[in-house]
Design a binder for this molecule. Structure first.
Ligand code: DOR
Ligand code: ZN
Length: 424
């Protein structure tokens, strides 16, 4: 690869770099020159002032392989990530079989090899996510797993959770909990509140999320030293608990999804099952608290919870429908529109939430935009107005409430592993 990116705005918060009108040259996957008015015999691409940032990392995606290839495969999922502006993703372990042993890890690694997008792998905390026996953490860590979770379910037993923390700490694994007190949420179709009452649907109360966050913070503090991460926090009370725990120097971190900072439970009235996910869409008060958490640093990163489901799994009633929406191809437009262009975050803050922070949590090497470093880049036009259409979707599944949504900000391309991808 011999590529000159002309007229770019480089932003790298780790270098306090924020400069426009630059050219950036990439040769054999390495940044060879950064300057103004550079000449090149290779391919030249004028990017018209687009922002070039360290490659974005989505630490929470469901790629469904092995076992549910009718929803997504590693290949289609990584293609959706690449088109969506991500150079790295971490896949969750609720596959069939689940990621509970090193053989599944190596199977997934083989499938992902050679792609522009790097794939990190999350193993289970308990065998087959059943919540009773610990997963073989030593073997998973040896196979390259950096994070464990039973995502889709929370570990019910406090005693099992305590042991998860004790063992995970020995292997320096990030413990990610899907926080849900299942005795309060069985059969729930949406957030418990005014809208669920109006629609006559069984509700999922916010306290069911907060009870597990609170329990786990207490356990993490009791065990000491373990790194605990709350997946897709969605409630005001959850954000408050995490803020308080951080203030007490407990090693807790969390992520939020684009749908939880943009939509409320009212979206269920318009979008039906396309607005069904777990945790559910909450209220405006929760959305406001999440944005406050993103601004003040309580929330560490943005992750999509990309959850592909086939058409027949969504084309049913609210109670029977599968939970989750795809997210890789709308995440950056939603972030740019609702966080940066709406005035809540600077570009530098947004890039830290999407690249620097999640990489740090997973222990991945830092990316820097400077000469001699490997080119691992996300490129976007922050002012482009456009409408998201079903035809834009590369994921195998199309379950999203955002078809037809208008965005300000569009992904232009991604560069990683000596490969470049630019959108038409
Ligand atoms: O909405 C969701 N879908 N939440 C989860 O935790 C799991 C995910 C899935 O696997 O479909
Ligand atoms: Zn989850």
């Amino acid at each position: 690869m011999d590529l000159l990116l002309r007229n770019v705005h480089l932003i790298d918060p780790s270098l306090q770099l924020d400069d426009s009108g630059l050219d950036l040259e990439i040769r054999d996957g390495v940044i060879t020159r950064i300057g103004r008015g550079l000449k090149s015999d290779g391919e030249i691409r004028d990017l018209g002032g687009a922002i070039v940032a360290p490659g974005f990392f989505d630490m929470h995606v469901h790629l469904r392989e092995p076992g549910q290839e009718y929803k997504e495969t590693i290949e289609t999922g990584l293609n959706a990530a690449m088109a969506g502006g991500f150079t790295s993703v971490c896949c969750m372990p609720n596959t069939e079989p689940s990621i509970s042993d090193p053989f599944v890890v190596s199977y997934i690694k083989e499938k992902a090899a050679g792609h522009l997008v790097d794939l990190a792998i999350c193993g289970t905390m308990t065998k087959d996510r059943k919540g009773d026996e610990l997963s073989p953490m030593a073997a998973l860590a040896k196979a390259g797993v950096k994070m464990i979770s039973d995502d889709g379910a929370a570990v019910r037993s406090a005693e099992v959770m305590r042991r998860v923390f004790e063992y995970a700490q020995m292997f320096d694994l990030l413990v990610t909990q899907h926080c849900e007190e299942h005795s309060m949420t069985a059969g729930a179709a949406m957030n418990e509140g005014r809208v669920s009452t109006k629609l006559g649907l069984p509700g999922w109360p916010s306290v069911a999320e907060e009870i597990i966050i609170a329990r786990d913070i207490l356990l993490a503090e009791y065990v000491g030293g373990v790194r605990y991460h709350v997946a897709h926090v969605s409630t005001k009370g959850g954000v408050r608990l995490i803020r308080e725990a951080k203030a007490r120097a407990i090693k807790v971190s969390c992520e939020v999804t684009p749908h939880h900072f943009t939509l409320t439970d009212e979206a269920v009235e318009q979008h039906g099952t396309m607005a069904k996910m777990c945790p559910p869409l909450r209220t405006q008060e929760d959305v406001d608290a999440i944005i406050e958490g993103l601004v003040d640093g309580t929330i560490d990163c943005i992750a999509t919870d990309h959850a592909p489901h086939a058409a027949h799994e969504k084309e049913t009633d609210m109670v029977s429908a599968a939970m989750g929406i795809i997210g890789l191809e709308t995440a950056i437009p939603l972030g740019l529109t609702h966080l940066v262009n709406a005035g809540h975050l600077t570009f530098a803050q947004y890039i830290e939430l999407s690249s620097t922070n999640p990489r740090k949590l997973l222990g991945l090497p830092a990316i820097q935009i400077k000469e001699g470093e490997r080119a691992n880049l996300t490129i976007f036009d922050p002012t482009k107005k456009w409408r998201f259409a079903e035809g834009d979707i590369l994921s195998k599944s199309h379950n999203t409430p955002f078809v037809g949504a208008e965005f300000i900000g569009k992904v232009v391309g991604t560069v990683n592993n000596g490969k470049a991808h630019f959108r038409a």
